[in-house]
Ligand binder design. Structure first.
Ligand SMILES: Cc1ncc(COP(=O)(O)O)c(C=O)c1O
Length: 355
């Protein structure tokens, strides 16, 4: 770490903590008392401030609104049983944030500024971190262009804002999914690997249609032929096929997920063969038919490990094994929880301790 950041802190005089129902949290609806805001101007980040969560005044001409120069991250802080508070792998999110920044032609942010400002915010709102099983504090950093200028050109000013939300489990039941073979999330040469706001705006119609057809999620396929698996909704997708962990390799069209990397690292540490490569729909269907597909799940910060219960393809429904009987994903989930809630030694160095 470099020098400690100079962060101005103004605490709320009206905490909403006492009136918040932590047993009924809807993902992303409940915000903690404070937020962090910083400005990029004149080639540097300045005015780093933690202040009560609330509205900020912006010109309606900002280029983020018109041209989508906006991107975000998603990570979590956990409260350990001994009271330690740690953020899970924030340096990975910082690196990905800057990958998004490069692709969207915005300012980049020093890794220390990203991690330390998140740590400071989490510390201020530490009483908002739920300790119940499956609960955590979701952290949402976002950067957006603030030049009030309608020219289609990179903005010269940006805001970096961090919000936090106490959250519980995202998916509570095994998912019924379909392979999306009409709409496309991302194409070669595009910006699917960036956490660009526009990627999510573009996914809403396909999601809505899939939900109307009775699916909980959809699996994106390649833009060219719709024959290869890419991601599942806003998560990476992983399979255990013939005893190997198989997942689409990262490329232009796929977000390089922190959870994906974490699962791969765990699998390798257990001596399990891992294949990062193109994965065809055909082999997943074949695996479901011949019994070699023994596990299938989405992997993401919000979703954690989200089991696929059944999938649909070309009019056929394939029901997979009961998730509670799946050896690999159950072991991953338990190990991940043990590390994130501080129950075992963090041998990988994944916990960024706040206090
Ligand atoms: C499109 C997409 N893919 C994958 C992921 C998983 O990434 P991570 O594990 O870093 O949360 C996410 C976000 O969580 C996502 O939005």
């Amino acid at each position: 770490m470099t020098d400690t950041l100079d962060i101005k802190i103004t605490k709320t005089t009206k905490s909403r903590l006492a009136e918040t129902d932590f047993s009924n949290l809807v993902f992303g609806r409940t915000f903690s008392d404070h937020m962090l805001v910083a400005d990029y101007e004149g080639g540097e980040w300045k005015n780093i401030e933690i202040l009560p969560y609330g509205e900020i005044a912006l010109s309606p001409a900002i280029s983020a609104l018109h041209y989508g120069q906006a991107f975000f991250e998603g990570l979590k802080a956990y409260k350990h049983e001994d009271g330690t508070i740690a953020v899970f792998r924030p340096e990975k999110n910082a690196a990905r944030f800057n990958k998004s920044a490069e692709r969207l032609c915005t300012a980049e942010i020093p890794v220390d500024l990203f991690t330390q400002s998140i740590a400071a915010l989490v510390d201020v709102d530490r009483d908002w971190i739920p300790a119940a099983a499956g609960h955590s504090l979701y952290i949402r950093p976002v950067m957006f262009a603030t030049d009030a200028y309608l020219g289609v050109t990179p903005s010269k000013t940006y805001k970096f804002v961090v919000l936090t939300c106490p959250v519980g489990p995202y998916f509570t039941k095994p998912l019924r999914v379909k392979f999306e073979t009409h709409y496309t999330r991302a194409a070669e040469g595009g910006f699917g690997y960036a956490k660009a706001a526009g990627n999510y705006g573009g996914s809403m119609l396909p999601f809505k249609k899939a939900a109307e057809e009775g699916f909980d999620q959809l699996i994106w396929t390649d833009a060219k032929e719709h024959l290869y698996v890419e991601e599942m909704g806003a998560a990476n997708v992983m399979f255990v096929l013939d005893g190997k962990l198989v997942t689409p390799s990262t490329r232009d069209t796929i977000l390089d997920g922190v959870t994906r990397d974490t699962v791969i690292s765990l699998a390798k540490s257990w001596g399990m063969p891992v294949e990062e490569r193109r994965v065809s729909i055909a082999e997943v269907v074949e695996g479901a038919r011949n019994g070699k597909l023994t596990d299938a799940f989405g992997a993401g910060t919000a979703a954690t490990i989200a089991p696929i219960g059944a999938f649909h393809h070309n009019g056929e429904e394939f029901t997979l094994s009961d998730p509670s009987t799946r050896e690999f994903s159950q072991k991953v989930l338990k190990t991940l929880d043990d590390i994130r809630y501080g129950r075992v030694e963090d041998t990988f160095g994944w916990n960024y301790v706040v206090r």
